[in-house]
Every structure is written in structure tokens, then in C-alpha cells.
Design a protein around this ligand. Structure first.
Ligand SMILES: Nc1ncnc2c1ncn2[C@@H]1O[C@H](COP(=O)(O)OP(=O)(O)OP(=O)(O)O)[C@@H](O)[C@H]1O
Length: 590
């Protein structure tokens, strides 16, 4: 994420840089954690998504505060687009104040730090500042607006970031954003007034806008995160002293500021930060992205992040899942059909390539795409053209394609099941998501906390405490279903918990001892030859029973594995070593 000039007190003790890589984007649009490529003229023309209220509000007579609130409103209901919400808020303010650039920092009063969450400079990564550090840090500490008219002569300003970015700061306005209780929850910093200096009138206008921004921010989950005392922390220190104000360094591992790196994607491990760095670079381009990783590792979430942080974010994000459709329908789904193309085709219907025109098409489980269709997909990727099923007219489409798979595509290429030319065409930007077991305990704790908070709120069952035994159990379980399995586990525990406490018995995980030594006649051996140890149903079947048909055993086994995979059929198919379509067919779902 980005830092603006003036926030670092000195080159020596400058702000802590969080991310990786520095893509040389020339004139970026505001970005939230991930950096975007976009020309600023577009930002000037339209800072809110089509259909949002910002344009209308301005046309009505410039109730500046309302404009921000209205522009942001469509996002408040869509958690995944948190980035876009924050970008819209900052863009609106930058435009109203006729500034060149803007940064929004979130303030964590307990750790006395600020973290940039939206900025127009993508050259630097997310920055954390301490209270009192730089201009923004001073605003956070003192709660007063600061206008800098001569940065070179102001001791709070440091030119080290200007030197790094090549940006030239001529004037600066930094002001606190408060919640309804008056507490400073953010700092908004604007750079380079269009008319040279920020005037007193600008300051008054900015203050009004900051009030609106505070209301918007207060409605987001970021704010809730910053306010909430983690149930994991409560367990570590069940009876805190009221007077404790200083941050506890031992907690910084778990809560280093806002929990989300962006878009509610939790994770700060090195592997995930590398993922974010690639996403950031890819987002500003139209390059095809291939996301690989085990089932439940967040491939779709990352695909959405690429879209939401790309210049296409105001257009559609269209998903097609190659596993949910029988082979015969995938072609139709992707390419559409002409009227009369087949029996029952009474109307011409567009396919996903047309629906996604201008936006992003996410092809999930591309490894399941039949060979017959792989050539057709290759042509779209190369030429952006195709014909509908039964049609002769060539249709052009302007799409960005993101693919995902849990399959080993190179192995499929070797086996002749996946076209090599298509493989290279889709993996222009490869992103590999690590399994949960490789993300480290700090990220696991962050995820646990995140889901406890989410499902506590969703089910109206606030959780105040996760016992140490429960935390230990969650940390030792290997979660083959990855984050999806962890998420389901926590949701279940939230619902089953008593008096706001999650204890080990609330976790729907097989007890450790029972897991070992489960192997018995009729139990299901895993690939490694051990008992699966899942807590699924007793099949009630005896291997070797001469009255049982093979089909009955097969079906019972498939159902048991699906249940063990928490209903995730993709994962179940992977474990069974069959395709997702085959699994659906055997269960009679297709
Ligand atoms: N880093 C993360 N932070 C928060 N939630 C996450 C994260 N990664 C995954 N999730 C959540 O886990 C669930 C599974 O994620 P997602 O559907 O993106 O995985 P996937 O790899 O696409 O799975 P599949 O291969 O089975 O389709 C979703 O509810 C998602 O929101």
C-alpha cells in the first residue's frame, strides 16, 4: 500500500513498509491496499460506480457530505467490495477538494498506530505509522487538522517518500476522521491543492466531508475490527486492568492493525503477502490469471480481488464453474447459442463471454473443461472472438479472464488431458495459494478471529471468549478442506457455543484420540493408507457382505466422503480421485 510524502519523519526511522514490489505505475487511481493502473482523467470523470448516487448528488447542488455517503452507499451491503467503498470515499473527497492525491489511514488507538488503507500512490506498499510520526501521525495523536503550505520548511514533513516516488508535494491537508463518539478513527491526507494551497474554505469543506467519511467508515467491518477486543485476547488476559492503554507487543502478532489486507481477505503470512503483491501487479492489466491451490484456499476470493482492484471493477464479474455443469452444457454456458441451435433452443441466448463483456470472466475449475472446448477457449483468449453454438456470426468480446483450478495442470498436459498451448495461454500470471496448514499459526488465529466475529454477528451470538483448549485444537487440526472447512467449523461452534464462549467441545472436530486407531473393518482408508478419521456417518455396511452390490458400497462411500468434506463436492471428488462431473453423476445430481 501507499504512503504519501510527508508522513515519514526521517529516512532513517521512516514508516514501516508492509508489502512487496513496486510496480512503476505512472498516474494511478486511488487504490485500497492493492495498487491500480488507471489514468487520473478517468477518476476526474467518474469516481463512483455507474448507478451510484455520487454524480446525482453533486448535480443537485453539492451537499458535499451527502455526496460521499451516497457514493459509498451501494458498497455498504457488499462486504467483499470493501476496497471499492474506501476508494470511492477517498476519490470523492479528492475530487471535491480538487486535490491531486489522497490517502486514508485507519487509526488503531490501542496499538497507537496508523495504517494506510487507500491511496493514490502505488509506488510504495501499505504503510504503518506510529502516533506522532509524520504529518498523518501527528494528526492522529493530536486530533487537529494540519495544513502544510511549505512542506520543505515544515519539520513534520519529510521528503524521503517524495524522493522514492518522484512525486513532488507542494501543499498538504491532513485531518482527523472521527466516529460518532468523537474518537479519531482515521486520518485523511490530501496532497497538492489544484489552486496551489488549501484555503480555509477548503479546510471547512474537508471537515464536512470527513464527518461523512467517518459515518461510512464506522459502518464497515474494518471499524468493528479496530474497536472489538478479540475473544482470543480475552482468553489470554481474561480480566484486563481498565487502565491498560499501552499496546501489548505479544498481541501484535495477532492484531497488527486492521485485520484485512484487503477485501476481507485475511492473512499476513509471507506466502499471502507474495500473493497480494502479484494480485496488485496483475490488477492493473488485462493479463489472464491462473489461480491454483487446494479446494477452499480462497481462489475465488482472490479472483474477485483482482477484479475489484482492476479498472474493470465497475463492470460485471461473471463466474462459470466447469464442475457444476454437465459437459454438454458448458459450451452453451460459455458461448451462448443461436435460436434453433438444438432442440428446445427457442431463443438466442448469450453466453458468459458476452455477459462479461467489459468486465471479468472467472472460469472456475478449468481443469474440468472438456478437451473439445479447450480449443475454442484458446481462440477467445488469443483473438477475443467466438461464435455462439449454432451460429456463424463472429462476436468480439472485451473481457479479462481469470481461471482457477485445484488440479495439477502440468500433469494433465503430460497425460494429454489438457492442451499445452492453452495451459501457457492461461498462466500468464500464475498465483499459487498455499494450503491453510502452510500459513502459520498467526494467520490461523487471524482467520479464527475473523470467522468468530463474522458468524457471531450473523447469528446474533456474540462470542467473547475462545478458550485456550479450543484455540490449541484449532491450531493442531490439519483442515484438509482448508479455509472453507475452518470457516464451517467456526460457524458451527458459534451456533453451539454457550454464554459467548467457544470451548473445545463446541468444535465439530473428531477428538484427537478417536482419530488414531479408527481403522477397522469397513472404515475408509485414505490415500496414505491410514484411517480417514472423519466424523462422518457410520456407513452401516460391512465389506465382504455378499448381499451388497458394488454400486451400493460405492455410493455410500461417496456420500460419506462428501460429508467428511463438509459438503464440498470438489474436494470430495479430488480425494476420491474422480472428476467433479463424475461424482455428481454417481450421486445422481446431473
Ligand atoms: N484469506 C481468506 N480470508 C478470509 N476468508 C477466506 C480466505 N480464503 C478463503 N476464505 C473463505 O473460505 C471460503 C472458501 O473460499 P473460496 O471459495 O474462495 O475457495 P476456493 O479455493 O475457490 O474453493 P474451491 O476450489 O472449492 O472452489 C469462502 O467462504 C471464503 O470467503
Amino acid at each position: 500500500m501507499t504512503e504519501h510524502p510527508g508522513d515519514a519523519p526521517s529516512a532513517r526511522s521512516g514508516p514501516r513498509e508492509e508489502g512487496l514490489g513496486r510496480p512503476p505505475f505512472p498516474r494511478p487511481r486511488a487504490c485500497a491496499t492493492l495498487s491500480l493502473v488507471s489514468d487520473s482523467s478517468k477518476r476526474r470523470r467518474s469516481t463512483a460506480p455507474s448507478g451510484s448516487g455520487s454524480g446525482r448528488a453533486r448535480a443537485k447542488g453539492d451537499a458535499a457530505g451527502d455526496s460521499v455517503a451516497l457514493a459509498a452507499a451501494p458498497y455498504l451491503t457488499r462486504g467483499v467490495e470493501l476496497d471499492a467503498l474506501l476508494v470511492t470515499v477517498v476519490d470523492s473527497i479528492v475530487e471535491h477538494l480538487d486535490a491531486e492525491r489522497g490517502t486514508l489511514y485507519l487509526v488503531d488507538g490501542r496499538s497507537r498506530t496508523l495504517t494506510s488503507v487507500v491511496a493514490h500512490l502505488p509506488e510504495l506498499e501499505r504503510i504503518r505509522l506510529d502516533f506522532g510520526q509524520g504529518v498523518a501521525g501527528t494528526v492522529a495523536a493530536q486530533g487537529q487538522i494540519i495544513a502544510v503550505s511549505d512542506p520543505g520548511a515544515d519539520p513534520r514533513f519529510d521528503a524521503s517518500i517524495d524522493r522514492q516516488t518522484g512525486f513532488s508535494t507542494r501543499s498538504m491537508l491532513a485531518l482527523p476522521i472521527r466516529d460518532s463518539a468523537g474518537e479519531v478513527i482515521g486520518v485523511l491526507q490530501l496532497l497538492n491543492a489544484g489552486r496551489g494551497q488549501f484555503t480555509l474554505a477548503d479546510q471547512a469543506k474537508a471537515t464536512t466531508l470527513a464527518t461523512s467519511a467517518g459515518q461510512v467508515l464506522q459502518a464497515t467491518s474494518l471499524y468493528a475490527d479496530l474497536r472489538a477486543r478479540s475473544p482470543l485476547e480475552r482468553e489470554a488476559d481474561p480480566e484486563p486492568s481498565e487502565a491498560v492503554e499501552e499496546p501489548d507487543p505479544s498481541q501484535s502478532q495477532i492484531r497488527p492493525g486492521p485485520k484485512y489486507t484487503f477485501n476481507q481477505i485475511v492473512g499476513e503470512s509471507r506466502a499471502m503477502r507474495q500473493v497480494y503483491a502479484i494480485v496488485r501487479k496483475a490488477a492493473g492489466t488485462d493479463a489472464t490469471v491462473l489461480i491454483t491451490g487446494e479446494s477452499g484456499t480462497g481462489k475465488e476470493l482472490i479472483a474477485r480481488a483482482v477484479h475489484v482492484n482492476s479498472p474493470r471493477r465497475e463492470q460485471a464479474f461473471v463466474k462459470v464453474d466447469c464442475t457444476t455443469l454437465p459437459e454438454a452444457l458448458i459450451e452453451n454456458e460459455l458461448f451462448g447459442h443461436e435460436r434453433g441451435a438444438f432442440t428446445g433452443a427457442h431463443r438466442t441466448a448469450p453466453g458468459k463471454f458476452e455477459v462479461a463483456d467489459g468486465g471479468t470472466l472467472f472460469i472456475d475449475e478449468i481443469g474440468e473443461l472438456p478437451l473439445t472446448l479447450q480449443g475454442k477457449l484458446l481462440r477467445v483468449l488469443q483473438d477475443r472472438e467466438f461464435e455462439r453454438v449454432g451460429g456463424t456470426t463472429t462476436i468480439r468480446t472485451d473481457i479479462r479472464v481469470i481461471c482457477a483450478t485445484h488440479r495439477d495442470l502440468p500433469a494433465m498436459v503430460d497425460a494429454g488431458a489438457f492442451r499445452e498451448d492453452l495451459y501457457y495461454r492461461v498462466r500468464v500470471v500464475p498465483i499459487e495459494l498455499p494450503p491453510l496448514r502452510d500459513r502459520g499459526s498467526a494467520d490461523r488465529l487471524r482467520l479464527i478471529e475473523h470467522f468468530v466475529d463474522r458468524y457471531g454477528r450473523r447469528h446474533g451470538r456474540p462470542i467473547h471468549r475462545v478458550t485456550k483448549a479450543a484455540q490449541a485444537r484449532l491450531l493442531e487440526h490439519d483442515f484438509p478442506g482448508n479455509i472453507r472447512e475452518l470457516e464451517n467449523c467456526i460457524e458451527s461452534a458459534v451456533v453451539l457455543s454457550d454464554e459467548g464462549t467457544i470451548d473445545v467441545d463446541d468444535l465439530p472436530l473428531a477428538p484427537r484420540k478417536a482419530k488414531r486407531g479408527r481403522t477397522q473393518q469397513g472404515s475408509v482408508p485414505t490415500e496414505t493408507g491410514q484411517s480417514s478419521g472423519h466424523s462422518g456417518p457410520n456407513l452401516g455396511l460391512q465389506l465382504g457382505d455378499p448381499t451388497l452390490s458394488l454400486a451400493a458400497i460405492e455410493r455410500a462411500h461417496i456420500e460419506a466422503v462428501v460429508q467428511a468434506c463438509e459438503g464440498n463436492q470438489s474436494e470430495a471428488a479430488r480425494r476420491l480421485g474422480i472428476g467433479r462431473n463424475t461424482l455428481a453423476r454417481k450421486l445422481g445430481h446431473s
